[in-house]
Design a protein around this ligand. Structure first.
Ligand SMILES: Nc1nc2c(ncn2[C@@H]2O[C@H](COP(=O)(O)OP(=O)(O)O)[C@@H](O)[C@H]2O)c(=O)[nH]1
Ligand SMILES: [Mg+2]
Length: 319
C-alpha cells in the first residue's frame, strides 16, 4: 500500500516522502489522513515555536539566524512558512536567499512553505498537519512563521508551545495591533532591527503595556532586542526560548496545553466529519428541499427544522 510506504519513508528520514506527504496534506487528500493517523504516535516530541509579527519586521531573517544558533547546539530544525511574501517562497532579497541556501545544504534543516490554496480554515488545518508530519520526521525544533494577527494566524499559532512576536522600530501603529490581540499570545517579544534608531523606545512601549496588563501571569514575556542581519541578541533569544520551554514543563502548562489541544482538535475533527456526513445525507433530498421552502415561505422556522433534522440524523437506523 502506498500509504504504508510513505509512512515508512517519513519515519526513516526520507525528505522526498515528507515533501510528498505535505503536498497530500495541502490537497486534502484522503491518503494524508491515513498517513497522519499512522504517524500520530510518533509525534509530540518537537518544540514548536511560532514566530509572528508585521511583514518586514524580520521574521524570516530571525528564523534563519535562530536556525544557525540551534544548529550549533546540535538541534535539528524544521521551518514552516505561512507567509506568502516570505523569502522562503522566493520573494527574497539576495542576502536572505543566500542565507537560506546555506541551510538548504544542511540535511538537518527542513524548510517548507505552505501555499495559500483553499480557504483560510483549511490553511490552518494544513499547516498544523504539516508541522505534525515534520514532528514525526524527527526534527527537534519546528518554527512556524506567520504574518500579522488575523484569525487564521491565531489558529496557526495555537499549535505553538512558544510564541515569539516580532516588531521593529518606527512601526507606529502596529502597537495597536499588539494591543488588539497579539498581547495575549506572546511568550517572548522581539524588537528586531536594533541597529535602527528608536529600538529602545519600542522596548519601553511594550514593557509599559505589559506593566498595565492586569492579568495574573507566572511568565512575564521578556522583551528582547535583536539584529537579524548581524545575529546580535540571537543567542540570548535562543536561551529565552529554552527557558520558556522549561517553564512550561515545570509549571505543568505543557501538559495542560497538550490536553487542550487534543480536546480542540478532536472537537474540530468531529464537527467536520459530522457536518460533512449530514450534508451528504441531506443535500438533494426532496424532504430537505421542501423543508427549506417552508422556512422561506414562513410555514416553518429554521430553529425547529434544524433541531428536527439533527435529531433524525443522530438517531436514524441507517447510520
Ligand atoms: N537593518 C536591519 N534590517 C533587517 C534586520 N533583520 C531583517 N532585516 C531586513 O528587513 C527586511 C525584511 O526581513 P524579513 O526577514 O524578510 O522580514 P519578514 O517579512 O518579517 O519575514 C529584509 O530586507 C531584511 O534583510 C535587522 O536586524 N536590521
Ligand atoms: Mg517572512
Amino acid at each position: 500500500m502506498p500509504v504504508n510506504g510513505l509512512v515508512k519513508g517519513v519515519l526513516s528520514g526520507n525528505r522526498r516522502d515528507l515533501a510528498r506527504l505535505i503536498s497530500l496534506i495541502e490537497d486534502e487528500d484522503a491518503d494524508a489522513t491515513k498517513a497522519l493517523s499512522q504517524l500520530y504516535k510518533h509525534t509530540g516530541k518537537a518544540h514548536i515555536i511560532g514566530v509572528t509579527g508585521p511583514p518586514g519586521s524580520g521574521k524570516s531573517s530571525l528564523v534563519t539566524k535562530l536556525t544557525t544558533e540551534f544548529r550549533s547546539r546540535d538541534k535539528t530544525i524544521g521551518i514552516v512558512c505561512v507567509d506568502p511574501s516570505s523569502p522562503f517562497t522566493g520573494g527574497a532579497l539576495l542576502g536572505d536567499r543566500i542565507r537560506m541556501q546555506e541551510h538548504s545544504l544542511d540535511k538537518e534543516v527542513y524548510v517548507r512553505s505552505m501555499g495559500t490554496r483553499g480557504h483560510l480554515g483549511g490553511l490552518a488545518r494544513a499547516t498544523s498537519d504539516a508541522v505534525r508530519a515534520i514532528d514525526a520526521f524527527g526534527k527537534d525544533i519546528i518554527f512556524v512563521e506567520t504574518v500579522g494577527a488575523g484569525q487564521s494566524e491565531v489558529e496557526v499559532i495555537n499549535i505553538a508551545h512558544t510564541v515569539i512576536v516580532t516588531d521593529m522600530p518606527g512601526s507606529g501603529d502596529d502597537i495597536q495591533a499588539i494591543k488588539a490581540g497579539i498581547m495575549e499570545i506572546a511568550d517572548i517579544f522581539v524588537v528586531n532591527k536594533m541597529d535602527l534608531s528608536g529600538a529602545e523606545r519600542k522596548v519601553t512601549e511594550i514593557e509599559v503595556m505589559l506593566d498595565i496588563d492586569p492579568r495574573e501571569r507566572d511568565w512575564r514575556p521578556p522583551v528582547l532586542l535583536t539584529n537579524s542581519r548581524s545575529g546580535e541578541g540571537v543567542a540570548e533569544l535562543a536561551e529565552k526560548i529554552l527557558e520558556h520551554l522549561q517553564f512550561l514543563k515545570d509549571s505543568g502548562l505543557l501538559e495542560q496545553k497538550g490536553l487542550k489541544r487534543s480536546r480542540d482538535e478532536l472537537q474540530e475533527l468531529m464537527r467536520y466529519k459530522l457536518t460533512r456526513e449530514l450534508y451528504q445525507k441531506l443535500e438533494g433530498q426532496p424532504e430537505y428541499e421542501a423543508a427549506i421552502k417552508k422556512i422561506a415561505t414562513r410555514k416553518d422556522d429554521p430553529y425547529s427544522v434544524a433541531e428536527r433534522l439533527i435529531a433524525e440524523f443522530l438517531f436514524s437506523e441507517s447510520r
